[in-house]
Design a binder for this molecule. Sequence first.
Ligand code: SF4
Length: 174
Amino acid sequence: MALIQNYDVTLFEPPCLLGSPRWSSIVKIDADLTDLLPYLNGYLKKRFYDPNTHAIVFKMNGHSVAVRPREIRIGGLADKDEGEKVAKEVINFINDIHEKRDTITPDTTRKEPPKAIEIFKLLPKTNCKKCGQLTCMAFASALAKGDADIEDCPELHGETYRENREKLEALFMG
Ligand code: SF4
């Protein structure tokens, strides 16, 4: 039987007044993933994991995914339809890890994400709010917690900040 049987997706529309192009979602699930998180940490090559707060953050098909015991946050979504589709893919992935957990060595080692201040140094620092956050520092904090995606800052897409974007991506590659 699948670990997650039922889930409920809440999608967050980009704040159009602020110009953010990406949707995000929170997926509430009917299972407790606490015991599965070390298996996800053991399986995934690129991820950030905190065994104290029971949180793991990773990328899946270009989307940021933050998994906590009772909920999953997904960022970098193009629209509502993609939100529903990616939520299903993430649930299937987690159920698959649960199915094959006997073949995975669990890992409880902490793997830290970059600090918000390190991220902030590479942001445009214009506080333009296009990412949906009030300031670049707030965006840096959201990125560090896995609650935002580099893609959410449209200013980083242009040539002006190409080098900064590459450095940010390298930070998140671990
Ligand atoms: S991170 Fe800063 S520059 Fe980028 S969209 Fe947000 S407020 Fe604007």
